[in-house]
Design a protein around this ligand. Structure first.
Ligand code: NAD
Length: 475
């Protein structure tokens, strides 16, 4: 079944039509789930293989769609979207049998004889709502865990990346089991219609305002949610850091996908002793990466749309001085890799998540000041610290809280399948990737198996003194 909702007319008409299509689609998926089709190991592996084939056999079309939507350079699109999905599939297939096995736990004396185990069971029908910035990876990456855990799935790609959304809606039914995996395209009316349905889990990736809408709707059905949100991820540069390497790594991570990455370093807190040197190195590094005119570089992405371009341009006045870049062309959705210096902490650029290629650099006198700056703000999705001094690394890691953290690099924790990926506090709840995705989309059922050959009478009334004595000894 492939429900594709994209209706002309006003929002209400769209919402009504969407509600009908959505209800029918979800009911079909639930029937398929209840028929038990998705539970076998064979079905799960076949779907994972089909998903890997989908992204590899259509690499060219996918790269073209991602380029049309976000101007993604081919190598960035390949590594962060296609290769991420094939990597997740490979890792999941390698371990799936062992993840599916009941996990034995010890059985205490009082419940002997018997054996105890945690049995992972699929949740049922799950919803994955994706954003536009990595529109393929953040939709199909979640799908890997959802099908590996034996669920039926509805995916709602972001309408802000329309070419990718269209392509996913076309390809998924060609490769995956159409009774069990559906794509519903659309924007707010379609998502609202989806959220009125009962799901067994929702994985939402996007901003915190919509995250709250998703969680409120989920509460109506007591549906658990994983919210992958954003925030301002700080990056601390200590005076002990290897500055040349630090600046290269920070610039790569910040300007990858033109800064439209949830875990991009949002702002820098640089020790005053190395502040000026860091700024000099940024100028040279940006030139080295993208040449004298980054607009002509094939390796530099674009801002997703005019609205986001205007939003970013409004953040610049009153936010310190431009040290590098600053050039912009709205018609081409271009904004140069931009470094800001002398940035007041209360300036517009320091208010919300930047989500674009602008990096404010703030000076700190001590690491303690940097830590206090971070801790005075909502808990971020990621935190980065560049320091060769391990005491500084440990101090920052132990005194701050963030979804994830990397020492001496940025963003790469995302690519370690053993690490849970998710936020904390304002940056989200729950996590996925690798085994953590499998766990997210599974229920851990507690199972105690008892034989009937022995049936000690001590549990049953009448409660005599001798039974009480035994119970007190055993518990
Ligand atoms: P977006 O505009 O594509 O929205 C995300 C999804 O929410 C879309 O599918 C959209 O249709 C849906 N949506 C929008 N408004 C809605 C409404 N009123 N009701 C119901 N659904 C609605 O993406 P975005 O939110 O602009 O994404 C950017 C944000 O996402 C940033 O804050 C970024 O940090 C965060 N993000 C987080 C991660 C992560 O893994 N934690 C990854 C990428 C992006």
């Amino acid at each position: 079944m492939h429900a594709q909702v994209g209706i002309n007319g006003d929002g209400m008409a769209r919402a009504r039509a969407a509600a009908l299509d959505v209800a029918e689609a979800v009911a079909g998926l639930r029937r398929a789930f209840e028929a038990g089709r998705t539970r076998s190991y064979a079905w799960r592996v076949a779907q994972l293989d089909a998903l890997a084939r989908l992204v590899t056999e259509h690499e060219g079309e996918i790269l073209a769609a991602l380029h049309a939507d976000v101007g993604k350079p081919a190598i960035e699109a390949f590594s962060a979207e296609i290769a991420f999905i094939t990597g997740e599939v490979k890792h999941t297939k390698k371990h799936l049998r062992s993840w599916m096995k009941p996990e034995r736990v010890s059985t205490p004396l009082v419940t002997q004889p018997g054996s105890s185990a945690i049995q992972r069971e699929p949740l049922g029908v799950v919803l994955i709502i994706g954003p536009w910035n990595y529109p393929l990876q953040l939709l199909l990456g979640g799908l890997v865990g959802a099908i590996a855990a034996g669920n039926c799935v509805v995916m709602k790609p972001s309408e802000v990346a329309p070419e990718t959304s269209k392509l996913v809606a076309k390809l998924v039914p060609e490769y995956l089991d159409t009774d069990c995996v559906a794509v519903i395209e659309g924007g707010v009316p379609e998502t609202t219609a989806l959220l009125a349905e009962r799901f067994d889990h929702i994985l939402y990736t996007g901003n915190g305002t919509v995250g709250r809408i998703v969680m409120r709707a989920a509460a109506e059905h007591l549906t658990p949610v994983t919210l992958e949100l954003g925030g301002k991820s700080p990056c601390i540069v200590d005076r002990s850091a290897d500055l040349e390497i630090a600046v290269k790594r920070i610039a790569w991570a910040k300007f990858f996908n033109a800064g439209q990455t949830c875990i991009a370093p949002d702002y820098l807190l640089v020790h005053e002793d190395v502040h000026d040197r860091v700024l000099e190195l940024f100028a040279a590094t940006v030139r080295g990466f993208y040449g004298d005119d980054p607009k002509t570089s094939p390796d530099y992405a674009r801002i997703v749309n005019a609205r986001h371009h205007q939003r970013l341009m409004k953040l610049l006045p009153g936010s310190g001085a431009v040290a590098v870049g600053g050039e912009a062309d709205e018609a081409e959705r271009y904004l140069a890799p931009t470094i800001l210096k002398d940035v007041p902490p209360e300036s517009p650029i320091m208010e919300g998540e930047i989500f674009g290629p602008i990096l404010p650099v703030l000076k700190v006198r001590t690491i303690d000041e940097a830590v206090r700056f971070v801790n005075a703000r909502p808990k971020p999705l990621a935190l980065y610290v560049y320091a060769s001094d391990t005491a500084v690394q440990d101090e920052v890691l132990s005194r701050t809280s963030s979804g994830g953290a990397v020492v001496n690099h940025c963003t790469l924790h995302f690519a370690v399948p053993g690490l849970p990926f998710g936020g904390v506090g304002e940056s989200g709840m729950g996590a996925y990737h690798g085994k953590h995705s499998f766990e997210t989309f599974s229920h851990r059922k507690a199972v105690l198996k008892k034989p009937t050959s022995l049936d000690p009478p001590i549990l049953y009334p009448p409660y005599t003194e001798s039974k009480e004595g035994w119970i007190r000894r055993l518990l």
